[in-house]
Design a protein around this ligand. Structure first.
Ligand code: S3P
Length: 169
């Protein structure tokens, strides 16, 4: 059975956009844990945080991973999925993990331009919160099998770089 390609990384790094481009490039299906949760609960991620809270969101996120089987698809994940050790067991069971890495300036620029509402970055001082999250999560993202930098590159270029890396592995 084919292994899944699992993208991890910070909010704003482009996991979903790169994931879709990578899926098209490699003729794989595209899946996204945030979308799985939104479909399951009939609410946006922002609403799930608002109504049920972050802890419940994280439980649903873990359950969604557990329900997946390995297969020929690309899986984009929410930025916080790396925080639970048991999520790593599930992601490794599904396939190969790829960390999409960006300089803080790239994340700030992309998030400023993004229309997606991120519950963890609401209100003032979101940039400082982003930096704190990045600092605490960096060692976790580093556990991924491959690390690919997105700085200064278009979505398609990043997808092609991930593809080359995975195909040559
Ligand atoms: C989160 C990232 C979001 C979403 C939720 C929490 C995080 O996904 O899962 O808002 O903790 O970093 P993206 O990384 O796709 O923005």
């Amino acid at each position: 059975m084919s292994n899944a390609w699992v993208l991890v990384g910070m909010m704003g790094v482009g996991k979903s956009a790169v994931g879709r481009a990578l899926a098209a490039l490699s003729d794989r299906e595209f899946r996204d844990t945030d979308i799985l949760l939104q479909n399951l609960l009939g609410k946006s991620v922002a609403q799930i945080f608002e109504v049920y809270g972050e802890a419940a969101f994280r439980d649903h996120e873990h359950a969604a991973l557990r329900r997946l089987e390995p297969g020929p698809y690309v899986l984009s994940t929410g930025g916080g999925i790396v925080m639970r050790e048991d999520n790593w067991d599930e992601m490794r069971r599904l396939g190969t993990t790829i960390y999409l890495q960006a300089e803080p300036e790239t994340l700030v620029r992309r998030l400023s331009e993004s229309k997606k509402k991120r519950p963890l970055l609401l209100g003032d001082e979101w940039e400082q919160r982003l930096m704190d999250l990045l600092a605490s999560r960096q060692p976790l993202y580093a556990k991924a099998d491959f690390h690919i930098s997105v700085d200064g590159q278009e979505i398609d270029e990043v997808a092609a770089a991930v593809h080359r890396r995975l195909e040559s592995a």
